[in-house]
Design a protein around this ligand. Structure first.
Ligand code: PGA
Length: 270
């Protein structure tokens, strides 16, 4: 199962972006921030001027800061969690945040399956799919992450991991209607926080493969409508070339989302 040529994954009907499809730019703040630095970052974003009409922006602060960010951030930036509990209801689940609790709190987005949760917390593809489904069932939209380790890529297993493991579990768990509230974030682990961004060719190849997989496993309509965003060392300086790839529908940004460079990335999709 090896990467095929761009042409094979690049059927002509996918060359044009759907006209009404907005780029999604997500800022994953990870486990960073103090009250002061978060207030400063919100101020920077609030003073960042108009966003392009084709940009939808979401930030994911640590749970501790979600309330203050929701109260102070500009209305055209949505707020997301970085994780969600596997429990379907509130109650005796120490340390967890439940999907219905997040929804009732006013949140509309969650990130699931980030590689740091997969590696640090042992979240398997089945757990990621289960959490995502619980979030969807509670009215939340999901940024569901997938992506191979460097060793997978070097062994020629990129698509086996991304498609047959990470995405297949989601395909099995989600209904066709669920996909309207799913964004897939392709984040090659070797590119996360390393400064080694995937080349536009490397990213496009996997994004096109994801598109083809969704077309075959769910439906061509879902495949065309689902946003597939790229994450891994995205910066203002490389966002412009990446967004020109026909199957890249936005970004999930870590390090650069903590700085004013996030505004440059947002503006790059104009
Ligand atoms: P990075 O992180 O932009 O710092 O590489 C991306 C992510 O983990 O979502």
């Amino acid at each position: 199962f090896r990467l095929q040529t761009r042409r094979q994954y690049f059927p002509p009907q996918h060359i044009c972006r759907m006209a009404d499809k907005k780029y999604l730019i997500g800022g994953n703040w990870k486990c960073n921030g103090t009250k002061e630095s978060v207030a400063e970052l919100v101020q920077t974003l609030n003073n960042g001027g108009d966003f392009p009409a084709n940009a939808e922006v979401v930030v994911a602060p640590p749970f501790l800061f979600i309330d203050s960010v929701m109260q102070t951030i500009r209305p055209d930036i949505a707020v997301s969690t970085q994780n969600i509990g596997k429990n379907t209801k509130t109650g005796a689940f120490t340390g967890e945040i439940a999907a219905p609790m997040a929804k009732a709190f006013g949140l509309n987005w969650v990130i699931t399956g980030h590689s740091e949760r997969r590696s640090m917390e042992g979240e398997t593809s089945a757990i990621v799919a289960e959490k995502s489904k619980i979030a969807l069932d509670n009215g939340l939209s999901v940024i569901a992450c997938c992506g191979e380790q460097l060793s997978d890529r070097e062994a020629g297993n990129t698509l086996a991991v991304v498609l047959e493991d990470h995405l297949q579990a989601m395909v099995d768990a989600f209904s066709t209607e669920d996909w309207a509230r799913v964004v897939i974030a392709y984040e090659p682990v070797w590119a996360i926080g390393t400064g080694v961004v995937a080349s536009p060719e490397q990213a496009q190849e996997v994004h096109a493969a994801i598109r083809k997989f969704l077309s075959e496993k769910v439906s061509p309509e879902v495949s065309a409508a689902t946003r597939v965003i790229y994450g891994g060392s995205v910066k203002g300086s490389n966002a412009g070339t990446l967004k020109d790839c026909p199957d890249i529908d936005g970004f999930l940004v870590g390090g650069a989302a903590l700085t004013a460079d996030f505004l440059t990335i947002i503006n790059a999709v104009a």
